[in-house]
Design a binder for this molecule. Structure first.
Ligand SMILES: Nc1ncnc2c1ncn2[C@@H]1O[C@H](COP(=O)(O)OP(=O)(O)OP(=O)(O)O)[C@@H](O)[C@H]1O
Ligand SMILES: [Mg+2]
Length: 302
C-alpha cells in the first residue's frame, strides 16, 4: 500500500477571521508531509500544531492558500483582505470527494472525547469502515481487529465510550481510525494519558504501520519519543515552520530549539557529549537508551 502526501502552499489560517477577535494560527505555511515514514511535529503550546493537523484532512480549510491532498484533490483559497490589509474570512469551501479524502488521511484528535459519540465502543470503531462502504460484518471484523491492535479485547466492545478511563478513550479513538486503514495517519498527541506499556504498544503498532507503507504524522511534546521515532522532525513556532529536517540536525539549532520552548532529548545530549570526547557514536542509531548503549558498546569493544 503506497503512502500519501499532503502539500501546503502559502497556507494561512485565522480563527474567527471575520471578527475583531481573529487569531492567526497558521502563517504562510509551505510544506509537504507524508511519504517519509514518521514525521514528527513539535513546538510550544499554541504554536499551531493541531490547527495544521486539522488541515491535513480538511477538517479545517485555509483562510488563504492551497492544499493538495492524496488522490490529487486541491483546495485553493484566494486571498481576501480588508482595507486595513488584514485577512478576511474566505468564502465557504465546497469539498468534493471528502469521503475519499477522509479515507486517505485518518486524523486522531488531541482530545479523544471529540471523536467518540456512539453508545458502545464497538459501534464507535465501526463508524469509519461503515462510512467507507464496508458491510456490517466487515465493519465489525475491522473494528475488532483495530481494538485488538490497541490492546482492547472483547470485554470492552459493549461498554460506553463515555465510561472509560482517559487512556482507554484514547485507545478507542486510535482504533476508530486504524479500522479503516488510511494511507496517512495524523495523530495529535496519541500517547498522552497512556501508561508506559500502553504507550509502547501504540508506538510499536505505529512502527508496523510505517513498515507497511503508511505515512505517519505525529504531534508530541515528548522530545525523547520524537527523537527516537522521527525520520523527519518539524518544529513550529507562532504558526510558522521554524525547523525541518533529520532529528540530529534539527536539535543542533540549540538557540531556535530553546526559543521554540523545547528541550533537547536525552539521547541527543548524551550523543553530543560522547562525540565531543572523541567517541564515534552514530546519531542515526543512538536515538534512544538502547541505541545509545549499542553504540557505546561498539565504540568501546569494537
Ligand atoms: N477554536 C479556537 N478559536 C480561537 N483560537 C483558537 C482556537 N483553537 C486554537 N486557537 C488558537 O490558535 C493557536 C494555535 O492553536 P493550536 O491548538 O493549533 O496549538 P497547538 O500547537 O496544537 O497547542 P498545544 O500544544 O497546546 O496543543 C493558539 O494561539 C490558540 O490559542
Ligand atoms: Mg494541540
Amino acid at each position: 500500500m503506497p503512502g500519501a502526501e499532503v502539500t501546503f502552499s502559502g497556507v494561512s489560517y485565522c480563527y474567527d477571521a471575520s471578527s475583531s477577535l481573529r487569531k492567526l494560527a497558521l502563517d504562510d505555511i509551505d510544506l509537504t508531509v507524508g511519504d517519509e515514514g514518521f514525521t514528527i511535529l513539535c513546538g510550544r503550546t499554541g504554536s499551531g500544531k493541531s490547527t495544521l493537523a486539522q488541515h491535513m484532512n480538511a477538517l479545517l480549510t485555509p483562510t488563504v492558500g492551497k492544499i493538495t491532498f492524496p488522490g490529487g484533490f486541491v483546495l485553493d483559497v484566494p486571498v481576501r483582505r480588508r482595507k486595513d490589509g488584514s485577512l478576511k474570512a474566505p468564502r465557504r469551501q465546497r469539498i468534493r470527494c471528502w469521503k475519499e479524502l477522509r479515507k486517505d488521511v485518518g486524523l486522531v484528535f488531541q482530545f479523544p472525547e471529540d471523536q467518540l459519540f456512539r453508545r458502545h465502543v464497538i459501534e464507535d470503531v465501526m463508524v469509519g469502515p461503515l462510512n467507507f462502504g464496508a458491510s456490517e460484518d466487515e465493519a465489525r471484523r475491522a473494528a475488532a481487529e483495530a481494538l485488538a491492535e490497541v490492546g482492547l479485547g472483547e470485554s470492552f466492545f459493549e461498554r460506553s465510550p463515555f465510561e472509560l478511563s482517559g487512556g482507554e478513550k484514547r485507545r478507542v479513538a486510535l482504533a476508530g481510525v486504524f479500522a479503516f486503514h488510511p494511507r496517512m495517519l495524523v495523530l495529535d498527541e496519541p500517547t498522552v494519558g497512556l501508561d508506559p506499556l500502553g504507550a509502547k504498544r501504540v508506538v510499536e503498532c505505529l512502527r508496523r504501520k510505517v513498515a507497511s507503507g503508511v505515512s505517519v504524522v505525529l504531534i508530541t511534546h515528548d522530545m525523547d519519543l520524537a527523537y527516537s521515532l522521527a525520520d523527519r522532525l518539524i518544529v513550529m513556532e507562532a504558526g510558522k515552520v521554524v525547523l525541518d529536517g533529520k532529528p540530529w540536525e534539527v536539535f543542533q539549532a540549540g538557540e531556535i530549539i530553546h526559543r521554540a520552548g523545547l528541550l533537547p532529548p536525552k539521547a541527543f545530549v548524551y550523543t553530543r557529549y560522547l562525540r565531543s570526547l572523541g567517541l564515534d557514536i552514530d546519531p542515526a542509531v543512538a536515538r534512544d537508551a538502547e541505541g545509545l548503549a549499542a553504540e557505546l558498546g561498539r565504540c568501546i569493544h569494537g
